[in-house]
Design a protein around this ligand. Structure first.
Ligand SMILES: Nc1nc2c(ncn2[C@@H]2O[C@H](COP(=O)(O)OP(=O)(O)OP(=O)(O)O)[C@@H](O)[C@H]2O)c(=O)[nH]1
Ligand SMILES: [Mg+2]
Length: 213
């Protein structure tokens, strides 16, 4: 386990993640980092003071958004801002876009779907591969909560993934159900295998993109 991105268990419409932040994973020898990083962003949800601007995601994909930039739902980053990187390197650019949805969430609102469509079109134009992860599969289905191995047997989760695929246009084979570590202290193979399955595709897609640019 590693120190994760800060999370919040509140259910307010306020996004807990407000800054553009990069997360590294240190190797067990603690000296070196894995050559894969994760950039966390504010959620797309519409709230009074939250909901990332889709233009900011477009800028981030192109590498223009500097580390620690604080998202402003009201207006996107502008090219004169100190958080704007005018000359991004290949490392600053995004190599895979991962859309994260909670299996526990209610129906996705039209405004969020609209944002996803804008982001997906921009990613397509930039040639950036896209995939999705459905989290909280434990909370969304009793059988899956009992045993994570039931995940691909769950009709409820299958419908959730199908509906999501149809709504946003990400194919089923690019949507990965996962359960995040939330209450357990030890690593578990069943939890890891789903996460690592998703990570495998992320890395393969990232490699494809890097080989293209
Ligand atoms: N049971 C369970 N809890 C989860 C899972 N994934 C996340 N959580 C919990 O859900 C809560 C919210 O997680 P966050 O990572 O803060 O969610 P977020 O989408 O980043 O939220 P914002 O940063 O506010 O946009 C935390 O308490 C997590 O521990 C999961 O798969 N199963
Ligand atoms: Mg967050």
């Amino acid at each position: 386990m590693t120190i994760p991105a800060p999370t919040s268990n509140t259910t307010s419409d306020r996004s807990f993640t407000t800054k553009y932040e990069t997360y590294n994973i240190r190797k067990e020898n603690l000296q070196t980092l894995y050559p894969v990083v994760f950039n966390d962003v504010m959620g797309l949800e519409e709230g009074s003071v939250s909901g990332v601007h889709p233009e900011d995601i477009k800028l981030a994909m192109k590498g223009h958004v500097r580390e620690k930039y604080k998202f402003n739902p009201a207006s996107p980053l502008s090219s004169g801002d100190s958080d704007y990187n005018p000359e991004p390197s290949a490392d600053d650019k995004v190599h895979v876009v991962v859309c994260v949805l909670s299996a526990n969430s209610a129906e996705i609102t039209e405004s969020v779907l609209q944002k996803v469509a804008v982001i997906r079109e921009a990613a397509r134009d930039l040639g950036i591969p896209q995939m999705a992860m459905i989290t909280k599969i434990d909370e969304a289905c009793g059988e899956t909560q009992k045993d994570l191995k039931n995940v691909y047997k769950s009709k409820h989760l299958k419908k959730k993934m199908n509906d999501f695929s149809a709504a946003v246009g990400i194919p089923m084979n690019c949507i990965f159900p996962v359960k995040n570590y939330s209450e357990e202290n030890d690593i578990k193979d069943d939890v890891d295998s789903l996460i690592l399955n998703a990570l495998r595709l992320m890395i393969d897609f990232g490699d494809d993109f890097i080989n293209k640019i």
